[in-house]
Design a protein around this ligand. Sequence first.
Ligand code: BTN
Length: 241
Amino acid sequence: MNIITLEQCESTNALARDASRYHHGDIIVAIAQTAGRGQRGNRWESEAGRNLTFSIVLEPKHIGASEQFMLSEAVALAIADTLQQFAIDSRIKWTNDIYVGDRKICGILIENELLDSHLTRSVVGIGLNVNQTLFSSWIPNPTSMASETGINYNTDEVLKVLAARIEERTAMLDDNLGRGRIENDYHALLYRRDECHRYRLADGRTVEGTIRGVRARGELIVEFDGELHEFLFKQIEFIIP
Ligand code: BTN
């Protein structure tokens, strides 16, 4: 992988969308982002120089439009693998937030381009909280590697491990054996799996339910009222203390 470091930009995801400039394996790292983008149109705030904010360009060959979720699973697992390498236990909160306990340590924003029902180009944006320990009050439940362990990390070293783990995990998508492992490992690390918790549904109702798993296309399976229910992104909200 080829690392390109910028002192400052608006958003590495926005930059990486330029296909004439950035290609498969390029990693665009920003020391500071002035308009970092999060999921659901939120912004991503990160203290300059203390964390990792970067985007990886992937041009996958054999991923169909209906298989996009597997890429998201592979990336989430690569981050969990990285944290494990630094002795931090994490879980994957569906769809692809990385949590330590009930706190978010990393966010992922994947922007895919499709052609003829195949994934042609993917910009994988990752914001990993590394050394920041104080966060703005509007950020719901943040944590960082340093908050968890009290250690100050070298962000370049963390990035190197992350790039290697992403390469490994995405290579697993090349064959069915690897794809099966990605699905199993994702399932094994699913935040709140088989535990009873409260969720808010799209109609405003709250329910006590138990996550049982995730479909191959990404729907979350939650059991409540004696039945299994499936949810797409934004159709269910986790209520976190
Ligand atoms: C989330 O809301 O959880 C996703 C956050 C993704 C943030 C990263 S930081 C690097 C890349 N560039 C962006 O503008 N966003 C992503």
